[in-house]
Write a protein that binds this ligand. Sequence first.
Ligand code: NZQ
Ligand code: ZN
Length: 393
Amino acid sequence: MNNFNFYSPTEFVFGKGRESDAGFYAKKYGGTKVLLHYGGGSAVRSGLLDRVKQSLTANGIPFCELGGVKPNPRDTLVYEGIELCRKEQIDMILAVGGGSTIDSSKAIAMGVPYAGDFWDFFSTGKQIERAIPVGTVLTIAAAGSEGSGDAVITKEADGLKRGTGSDLIRPRFSILNPELTCTLPAYQTACGATDIMAHVFERYFTNTTEVEITDRLCEAVLQTMIKETPRVIADPANYDARSNIMWAGTVAHTNIVGVGREQDWNSHGIEHELSALYDCAHGAGLAVIMPAWMTYVYKHDVMRFAQVAVRVWGCSMNFADPEATALEGISRFRKFLHEIGMPINFEELGAKESDIPLLVERFGIGDGKTGGFVHLSAADIAEIYRIAAHASL
Ligand code: NZQ
Ligand code: ZN
């Protein structure tokens, strides 16, 4: 196991009705005037936004509102938010929504005290030095942004989707009420489940040895998702299954399942070009890319792929032919994704094979290599897109 720091300062407030404590936690973490930031309307329609407003008012906290965050959140709304926060002297952002709303909130939070263009943090690798605090009321179990130090934003003008990270943008508090996720369409539930599993796989496939504790934590999260996802697809109001998935989503991305080991993250980078170009859901893009990446790289460590096949997917170990076991695990993953309603190839996602050169170019590694588990070149990435284009059960 490698040396590591684990820093997860967010206060997680979990359970039924907990959004009515939003005002209490905003006050606790120093908010005196809050920007309520939300998406395309689900939080308005469900009455959630009104309940959060009531809680802020009951705690004597004034607020402004900025709705309209789109999935794959855009820089244009971030600029609007930064201007509004400066004008209204906002000192906390409360995100009510999913990963897109939370990431947009984080981008506004880093932009408000910064004299330059906030996009610098996404395009140049410039380090964030200050940010106003962010709190969240989560409405979808997926991106894990409620507990992560990451934000991913798309630049409207050229469609570039880029990420940045800093402990300064980790939410101070996140309210997780699984009931709020019961209104999710099955497709969004499945996209979220796929993203949660992908966050674990990005960490599971590692060259670091002797990391049994994180291997086992990863396997627990994956097994939970395999059990609970079909339950909520069949029964969307199942609170117990929704609870397990919601907490799994947070656990999958605070990095507690990744510490002490090298991690990969190529599948995420490869997927981000799909959601940037086609504006598809991140989870749906991952459903197409992650098994393709596995198919391309499994020979790098057949025994690790066989291990996950046996421990997570319940395959029998073929000692005479471990490669067959590894491949059976990948095949079960793809079948699982299909069964929960995810696309498994380009056609089902709405992507075009003829765009592969463009996707690779926008991925932008030139002659370099990228990835923690297997270092991939631009030609490797093109091959993964090709496998994804033609995948079948
Ligand atoms: O906008 P509204 O009307 O709220 O509708 C949303 C949106 O259409 C809807 N929704 C959310 N909660 C709902 C609901 N509909 C009904 N009932 C509810 N309770 O779901 C749709 C998707 O929402 P979004 O916030 O886009 O989903 P998600 O949480 O999957 O976030 C995806 C974004 O997060 C980024 C992705 O790249 C993508 O841009 N990621 C962020 C990460 C991070 N910050 O750590 C890590 C991830 O790997 C990921 O890259
Ligand atoms: Zn993700």
